[in-house]
Design a protein around this ligand. Structure first.
Ligand code: SAH
Ligand code: SF4
Length: 437
């Protein structure tokens, strides 16, 4: 999501007449986009800002700013800790950056522009996109999971009107984009509250009546758009309709990032995730029944306050039951102002580290079988161009988001969908031969 916001700011700056620098070294303006989800990410950003501001000695006139969640959360502290910081802008006000830069160029210093935390200026500009683009469809988050700072720093949920999203995607496709990834903290909540996102009710007898599956259907009809992805999901959004959308709408890729966080029902309740491990597995079951090959990936937090060995083993069991294609494991980090931060952070760093390693190894075991199961089967790959390692071959991703490498057939172009027969696989990559082109 930060990559997406940074791109939108770059597009605004370009529209205001700025030119992208070749590298950080030569840039007259550097804006650091920040994340507050874990303390480590914040520490890194402060370090980076410090170095950039020091570099102003060798580069007089250089402007250094900060945007994103940390700016929202602790602008004042950042101005105190980072000498020479020129500006900070709130997480929903980043589109104001060109204006702020102009004020600094005119002589202002230390500008803090918080904007409104419930602002609805959606970052919708794109810099020259390749074949793949991100599109933000939902701002903020209303879930308030006990450990999470996102609702505090990103504000309340806002779903963009569907016609605005369709228009943005249509324009991207005109510019050559073949794949979009729709973004939202809890993307399946799209249009479930607040102002209706659709101008009209679904037609009588319509196949899709829920706001998000309807959006998928509308986007699927855009000619030239080959693939639609979205992230992140929540089990409550894994309805029969969503399962049907995965099955029946050809551009919708068979992959869902569905963070579970823990396999222990007690911890899930404390985290206020709004589901039990059983309900979570049922949600996956619904999707797999419709699309047996769907890839499911997850996020897990280890060492949540009070997490016992038994809770941890429940997480391991759930990982096996879910047969994840990939897992991102995070060590719990107390975030100021969240309900969980009031609880003692009582799992030691060494124990968090151990649990982290155990889950990574468990995921490796799950992953080894995963790719080899594709050998001998057909997959469809969106061609991205020559592979980085061996320029004679091309690479792309399967619908399941796995990297595939193949000999390019005659006349192939970037953005083509290519069918491959898989000849071999290692845990990271699938290799195949193009069929019938
Ligand atoms: N909205 C997404 C997650 C966004 S944050 C969702 O709910 O699915 C990305 C991931 O960071 C989360 O899934 C969680 O695993 C992790 N995370 C969030 N807060 C954290 C914290 N305080 N400590 C450690 N990891 C955290
Ligand atoms: Fe944070 Fe929960 Fe919202 Fe995800 S759903 S951003 S974890 S509060």
């Amino acid at each position: 999501m930060n990559v997406r916001d940074s791109e939108a700011v770059a597009a605004e700056l370009a529209a205001a007449g700025h030119v992208q620098a070749d590298d950080e070294e030569s840039a007259d303006l550097v804006v650091v986009n920040t994340c507050s989800v874990r303390e480590k990410a914040e520490d890194k950003a402060v370090g980076k800002l410090g170095l950039l501001c020091k570099s102003k000695r060798e580069r007089p006139g250089r402007i250094v700013g900060v945007m994103g969640c940390m700016a929202q959360r602790m602008a004042e502290e950042l101005f105190n800790r980072v000498k020479g910081l020129d500006f900070a802008v709130g997480s929903r006000a980043a589109l104001k950056i060109p204006e702020i830069v102009a004020r600094i160029e005119a002589g202002s210093t230390r500008i803090w522009f918080p904007g409104e935390l419930d602002g609805i200026d959606v970052p919708n500009g794109h810099t020259a996109p390749g074949i793949s683009a991100f599109v933000t469809i939902l701002l903020g988050c209303n879930r308030h999971c006990s450990y999470c700072i996102v609702p505090d720093v990103r504000g309340p949920e806002y779903s963009r009107p569907a016609r605005e999203v369709v228009e943005e995607v249509r324009n991207l496709v005109k510019g050559g984009v073949r794949e979009v990834t729709l973004l939202g903290q809890s993307v399946l909540r799209y249009g479930r509250q607040g102002k209706p996102v659709w101008d009209e009710e679904p037609a009588p007898g319509a196949k899709f009546t829920e706001p998000f599956p309807r959006l998928l259907e509308a986007l699927s009809q855009i000619e030239g758009l080959r693939r639609i992805r979205f992230t992140s999901g929540h089990p409550s959004g894994c309805t029969e309709e969503l399962a049907r959308a995965f099955r029946d709408l050809a551009p919708v890729c068979p992959h869902l990032h569905l963070p579970v966080q823990s396999g222990s029902d007690r911890i899930l309740r404390e985290m206020r995730r709004g589901y039990t491990s059983g309900e979570y597995l049922e949600a996956i079951g619904r999707l797999r029944e419709a699309v047996p090959d769907i890839a499911i990936t997850t996020d897990i937090i280890v060492g949540y306050p009070g997490e016992t060995e038994e809770d941890f083993e429940a997480t391991r069991a759930l990982m096996r039951a879910a047969r994840y294609d990939n897992s991102f494991i995070f060590k719990y980090s107390p975030r100021p102002g969240t309900p969980a931060a009031l609880l003692p952070d009582d799992v030691s760093p060494e124990e968090k580290d151990r649990r982290n390693k155990v889950l990574l190894a468990d995921q490796d075991d799950l992953g080894v079988g995963n790719n080899s199961e594709w050998v001998g089967r057909e997959v469809e790959v969106l061609a991205e161009g020559p592979s980085l390692r061996n320029k004679a071959r091309w690479s792309g991703r399967t619908g399941q988001n796995k990297i595939a490498v193949f000999e390019p057939p005659q006349g192939i172009a970037v953005g083509d969908l290519v069918r491959l027969r898989v000849t071999r696989a290692n845990p990271q990559t699938i290799f195949g031969d193009a069929m019938g082109q």
